[in-house]
Design a protein around this ligand. Structure first.
Ligand code: DGY
Length: 313
């Protein structure tokens, strides 16, 4: 393989970095002093970019790689990849769908139960030795409640199935009604939020869903409602959510994603009605291994056949 055919934008797990370097001769772009300048100078032979949902691929990088044919990404979300720029040049883009569905849905449920029942808050309460001074406040029942799901895609569907085990009533809002889905479709997101005890955000990120969960939707969910986000911080009006949580206009939240990762809004840190997670929904040994394998399979398939296995569109 000639030099610089494969360019890796940012670090993955160390063994994956090693595999990419040793088996595929990938160049580590993040280790270059000026990555974009490196790409402009040396990127003429690059055919494949390997990246992740976190590291993405900018339009500027794509423009610096005149022979780029494929972008192979680790992760399901592709809002960090300049898709329009890639598609305009016929560049294939792959992701790692399905293998993370269970773990993301599990974490959504973990955050929901924690935000409702105060598990992390209770843990802080016991550790701070506050128990002997008085009992823990009452919390919110989970089983049998009304669950709204924003985005009945692969992950949203598993959230719905998990909710069946908690005897919940389930409804969802999507761009369009899903054929054959056994759950109630609600075409109006505000009506869904008003009806829901809990609203789980599981839709795609990116411009089409930017700010979809607006102040109006947050206030419709209301003072007893709980908002869970395992999608992208960009889907929620974060400033409105923070204000509503602080003012009691929203009951609680379980959040795995934020607008300015790795920073969570400072105002959330002091709130006991909020559970915060460091974008860890897919972060289990099992799922990350499956995501790595699928990333490498997409890369190998492209090199062998000229086609990725999991094109995003
Ligand atoms: C994904 O795969 O998109 C996860 O959110 C990790 O970024």
């Amino acid at each position: 393989m000639s030099a610089f055919q494969i360019l890796q934008v940012g670090p993955l797990a160390p063994p994956t970095n090693l595999t990419l370097q040793e088996r595929f001769g990938a160049v580590a772009l993040w280790q270059q002093a000026d990555p974009l300048a490196w790409a402009r100078e040396h990127g003429g032979a690059v055919r494949v970019v390997v990246t992740s949902a976190r590291h993405g691929c900018t339009a500027a990088l794509i423009a610096a790689l005149p022979r780029l044919e494929a972008i192979v990404s680790f992760g399901v979300g592709y809002d960090s990849i300049a898709l329009d720029a890639a598609l305009a040049r016929g560049i294939q883009v792959s992701n790692t769908p399905d293998v993370l569905n269970d773990c993301v849905a599990d974490l959504a449920f973990g955050l929901l139960i924690d935000a409702a029942r105060g598990i992390a808050y209770g843990d802080r309460f016991v550790r701070a030795q506050r128990w002997p001074q008085g009992g823990f406040p009452l919390t919110t029942r989970v089983s049998g409640k009304k669950l709204g799901i924003l985005g009945l895609g692969r992950i949203g569907e598993i959230v719905a199935r998990r909710a069946g085990g908690f005897d919940m009533e389930i409804a969802y809002h999507n761009r369009r009604q899903r054929d054959g889905a056994p759950w109630r479709f609600e075409p109006d997101l505000k009506a869904l939020a008003t009806w829901s005890d809990f609203l789980v955000v599981a839709c795609v990120g990116g411009p089409e869903t930017e700010g979809l969960v607006s102040r109006e939707i947050i206030e419709a969910l209301g003072p007893k409602g709980i908002l869970v986000n395992v999608s992208r911080g960009s889907v929620i009006d974060e400033a409105a959510m923070v204000a509503a949580l602080a003012d009691g206009k929203l009951g609680g939240a379980g959040l795995d994603v934020f607008r300015d990762e790795p920073n969570a809004p400072p105002a959330l840190l002091a709130l006991d009605n909020v559970v915060l997670a460091p974008h860890m929904a897919s972060g289990t040994h099992e799922t990350r291994a499956a995501m790595t394998a699928l990333t490498l399979e997409n890369l190998e398939a492209f090199l062998a056949t000229g086609k990725v296995l999991n094109p995003v569109l």
